[in-house]
Structures are given as C-alpha cells and as structure tokens.
Design a protein around this ligand. Sequence first.
Ligand SMILES: [Zn+2]
Length: 118
Amino acid sequence: MVCHKLEEILDKALDKAIENDNLEAAEKYLNKEGVLTFGIESIYFEEDNSGIEYVSLGETYNNTIIKNENNEYEICSWGDWYEDIIRTYEERSGKKKCPNCGAFSDDRHACTYCDYIF
Ligand SMILES: [Zn+2]
C-alpha cells in the first residue's frame, strides 16, 4: 500500500473514532479500506498511571488511531507514545530507565537494581 494513501485512510479513520467516540468505528473503517488490523489493544505506563488504547496494526511504530491518556483520539504509533512518556517521566523524576532490567533507577550512571552501567 502506498504511504500517501494510508495517510488519507488514517485521517478518515480518525474522524470515525471522534464521531462515534470509540476505536471500534475506526477499526471497522480501516478494515473496509483493506487495512489489516489486529483488534483494539492497550498499553499502560504504571509509573505515570496513564495509558492508551489503540487499533493494532501489528507493528510497534506504525501510525494508527490511538485514544490517548486524555481520552482524545489522535494518529500516532504506540511505540512513539511509549518512548515519549518514558522520556517525560525521566526528565520530571530525574530517574533513568535501565535498558537491562527495565527498572527506573535513581542513579543516572548505574542501575541501582541490577548494577548495569549506563
Ligand atoms: Zn537494571
């Protein structure tokens, strides 16, 4: 599928989500236009107590329709949303997410949980 065409389809799917106030309508529209989807999924970021729901297109960084933490619909990939919320949390808290164990360390040079050196 051509990227430009997919962008147009996503724009219209976003309208459907807003009109109906649900992601199912967006997914239905995507399917009608021949876009393969894998249902509505969600991701939750515990430290920040926030999460999103999104129409799964099967790929982390594919743009899709998401319902963000403010209950607004937008076009974004859940991978980008997740990276962004982690970065924001790190800046605000002064902690750093350990790439080895996934914990948020108070020490920004070495993980306080698994001693991994950043
Ligand atoms: Zn660690």
